[in-house]
Design a protein around this ligand. Structure first.
Ligand code: GRF
Length: 210
């Protein structure tokens, strides 16, 4: 069965564009069924539409103080679209169990640091402040911990004398655009050993021995 992917964004969507561009150029055996943003003004929504991908907005501002409901509605939206894999690409919301449980083991994210270093925000400034000579990015599975799920791939870049957060971010971003499409392609070609239906199989097996 062709995998069905959703990409979640909040802003410019350059990682999303790198993935969609490579998918189109290489004719990947996967369907990008939805690009969804929590931010109605995300420029990446237009980029997705230009690729012919259906887009949607689920605005977190309509859910003030009701984060679990947001997560549940987001999960329902993706389930209704038949999504097998969720690709987070600059999606600036922390997802709770009502989203991560239904999609357990099937959510990927890219983070601009060499995890486990610097989960959270301001990664580039933190790397510079720490005097690191190497920075980079990580593609990882998403669970309920902050940027703490299983790491799938990393790319390194040097921190150069005179770097500020912007110059370092730009150098890391070039690697993000190379790494993330490569990992998503490996996922589709089943080279990562991740099986979308594995948790369902486990569930059925448990029911069978009851
Ligand atoms: C990237 O740096 C990514 O690592 C982080 O958010 C940024 C998103 O950029 N999670 P873009 O929207 O893909 O251009």
């Amino acid at each position: 069965m062709r995998p069905s992917l959703a990409i979640l964004i909040s802003g410019r969507g350059s990682n999303m564009a790198a993935i969609l561009g490579q998918a189109q150029a290489e004719d990947w055996a996967a369907d990008f069924c939805l690009v969804l943003s929590n931010n109605p003004d995300a420029p990446g929504l237009q980029t997705a539409a230009d690729y012919g991908i259906p887009t949607a907005v689920l605005n977190h501002r309509s859910y003030r103080g009701r984060r679990p409901e947001y997560d549940a509605d987001l999960a329902a939206r993706l389930q209704a679209a038949g999504v097998t894999w969720v690709i987070l690409a600059g999606f600036m919301r922390i997802l709770g169990p009502r989203f991560t449980q239904p999609f357990a083991g099937r959510i990927l994210n890219i983070h601009p640091s060499l995890l486990p270093l610097y989960p959270g925000l301001n990664t580039h400034q933190r790397a510079i402040d720490a005097g690191d000579s190497v920075a980079g990015c990580t593609v990882h599975l998403v669970d309920e911990t902050l940027d703490g799920g299983r790491r799938l791939a990393q790319a390194e870049v040097p921190v150069l004398p005179g770097d500020d957060a912007n110059s370092l971010a730009a150098r890391v971003l070039q690697q993000e655009h190379r790494l993330y499409p490569q990992v998503v392609r490996d996922l589709i070609e089943e080279r990562l050993g991740l099986e979308p239906a594995a948790s369902e199989h486990r569930q059925h097996a448990k029911e069978a021995v009851k």
